[in-house]
Ligand binder design. Structure first.
Ligand SMILES: C[S@@+](CC[C@H](N)C(=O)[O-])C[C@H]1O[C@@H](n2cnc3c(N)ncnc32)[C@H](O)[C@@H]1O
Length: 329
């Protein structure tokens, strides 16, 4: 505990932990947030990792860091006390604002790529070509309103239009969207320009949100999942298809990927954090062919709890504070 207190007695390390507590960042991104050199930050990262306060995730040639506090109750409690004492701290608030700008830069990088590029899933070579069938099979019932988030040039939209009553498809790249519109001019499909973390739909208006090969492009995955949760009706589902972690650095350069695949366990944790019940992941049969490599794909889904379930969760007494339940009140 003494060593831990010494580590937390340094303001730079506290700022690093605060910046990484609910988002992973690479060293160069942390350097922008803290306005410090990468080498200085790397030294602190080494100490924090040595004390198991941080976990590192390799992503090709990049490494992303995130806090690992929840894995240890004592550390988590101590950090909560430190964090509470630092509420309203001007330096940390300035870091939050700069972190927002760093995440915005990620979005710009991804958007700039899709504004130039013409590739989508259509020219991502697939090993078996079954991916879209697998995605659609993950969703039922069929009589419903579905959202194709980050629809690209509409390869999946076309199949969704043949399968579901109504489709709302959006993308933030105007060129991709125009291609999708031209490909599926059905009157049951509505196309719109939109951001995945600011979906142009009212709350609770659809039954299934599909996120096909798009989350590895978004700056902050949990924000995208929260938006999916917001636009779903109670009982609605989110279906994700994405690449598993891989080492094909060319995907970052040539395809504008912000992450070289997603860790399924991390995605399940993000689905829970966004409010989804029963998050579940499984491998897809299909794979993406990238040069000589075959990149694995996984499918994941989660359900927005029904109102009754959410109410009964809310009215459950909290273990420590002995609240009255509805029936007692
Ligand atoms: C690899 S394509 C996948 C297209 C389609 N979902 C499919 O499975 O064929 C990724 C698409 O996501 C879009 N995209 C990336 N980030 C986005 C964001 N933040 N908001 C909306 N669309 C986004 C890109 O413009 C691109 O068209």
């Amino acid at each position: 505990m003494y060593d831990l207190l010494r580590l937390l007695a340094d303001s730079t390390r506290v700022r690093i932990l605060a910046a990484l507590e609910d988002e992973e960042l690479a060293v160069n991104e942390l350097a922008d947030v803290l306005e410090m050199s990468q080498s200085r930050i790397s030294n602190h990262l080494r100490l924090l990792r040595g004390a198991a306060l941080l976990r590192a995730r390799r992503d090709g040639a990049w490494t992303f860091y995130r806090t690992a506090l929840e894995e240890n109750g004592d550390r988590d409690t101590l950090w909560s006390v430190v964090r509470h004492g630092l509420r309203g701290n001007a330096e940390l608030e300035a870091d939050v604002a700069r972190r927002q700008r760093v995440l915005e830069k990620r979005r710009q990088r991804s958007r700039a790529h899709f504004a130039r590029a013409s590739e989508t899933l259509d020219d991502l070579a697939l090993a078996t070509g079954t991916l879209r069938e697998e995605i659609v099979a993950a969703a039922a019932p069929r009589e419903c309103v579905v959202v194709d988030a980050g629809c690209g040039d509409g390869g999946l939209t076309e199949i969704l239009a043949d399968t579901f009553d109504r489709v709302f498809a959006f993308d933030h790249a105007p060129g991709r969207l125009a291609a999708a519109r031209a490909r599926t001019p059905h009157d049951t499909v509505t196309f719109a320009h939109g951001e995945i973390d600011a979906v142009p739909l009212a709350d609770g208006t659809c039954d299934i949100v599909f996120l096909s090969l798009v989350l590895h492009h978004v700056p902050r995955i949990v924000d995208a999942l929260r938006e999916a949760w917001r636009v779903l009706r109670p009982g609605g589902r989110v279906v994700v298809a994405d690449l598993a972690p891989h080492d094909e650095e060319s995907m970052r350069r040539q395809r504008g990927d912000l992450r070289l695949g997603l860790d399924a366990d991390r995605l399940l944790a993000d689905l829970s954090a966004a409010g989804f019940d029963r998050p579940h992941a499984r491998p897809a049969r299909d794979r993406v062919l990238a040069g000589r490599a075959e990149l694995c794909i996984f499918l994941a889904d989660g359900t927005k709890p029904s109102l009754r379930r959410r109410q009964s969760k809310k009215s459950k007494p909290k273990p420590k504070t002995k609240q009255k339940t509805r029936s007692q009140a």
